[in-house]
Design a protein around this ligand. Structure first.
Ligand code: FES
Ligand code: FES
Length: 174
């Protein structure tokens, strides 16, 4: 079978990237295989678990459900784009300090969901944190420590005005 390839340009973690891939290749696989950004994890592969969450044009998406063609020209942020100048993002610090990660499979997706939440609700209520992370499953932590980690990161950002690295806020809503 001849697989038709297409050239796609996109921005990943603020870098312009060009790849040649089948147009229906999953964004998840392009990130991991073509761009070697293996922080984004595959869980279910069916849009159910959120492990593969990335931010795309300021929306949270399940990268296992996005054909790379759909990402043409898009601005993508993966977990590798959170740390800035070698320093962990406040969310990463908070997950470390509050036991928000155990086996770590869900963690990149949780972090991206939390980053998306805090980008739009810097001071989220507990209900907003639960809602913001509702599409992400964790089998290890029982969720409470994850929610506490996100709340702690929000508090930390409040006391220390954050360096907001990553994604230009061009779109709204989810
Ligand atoms: S791997 Fe994409 S939602 Fe589970
Ligand atoms: S830390 Fe293991 S699935 Fe969440």
């Amino acid at each position: 079978m001849i697989v038709k390839m297409t050239t796609i340009t996109l921005t990943v973690n603020n870098e312009n990237r060009t790849i040649v891939a089948p147009p229906m290749k999953r964004l998840l696989d392009v990130l991991r295989e073509d761009l070697h950004l293996t922080g984004t994890k595959e869980g279910c592969g069916e849009g159910e678990c959120g492990s593969c969450s990335v931010r795309m044009n300021d929306e949270l998406v399940n990268s296992c459900l996005v054909p790379v063609l759909q990402a043409e020209g898009a601005e993508i942020q993966t977990v590798e784009g959170l740390a800035l100048d070698g320093e962990l993002h406040p969310l990463q610090e908070a997950f470390l300090e509050n036991g928000g990660a155990q086996c770590g499979i869900c963690t990149p997706g949780m972090l991206m969901a939390a980053a998306q939440l805090l980008a739009h609700s810097p001071h989220p209520s507990e209900a907003e944190i639960r809602e913001g992370l509702a599409g992400n499953l964790c089998r290890c932590t029982g969720f409470v420590r994850i929610f506490e980690s996100v709340a702690a990161a929000a508090r930390a950002a409040e006391s220390e005005p954050a360096k907001e690295p990553v994604m230009e806020q061009t779109h709204h809503a989810r």
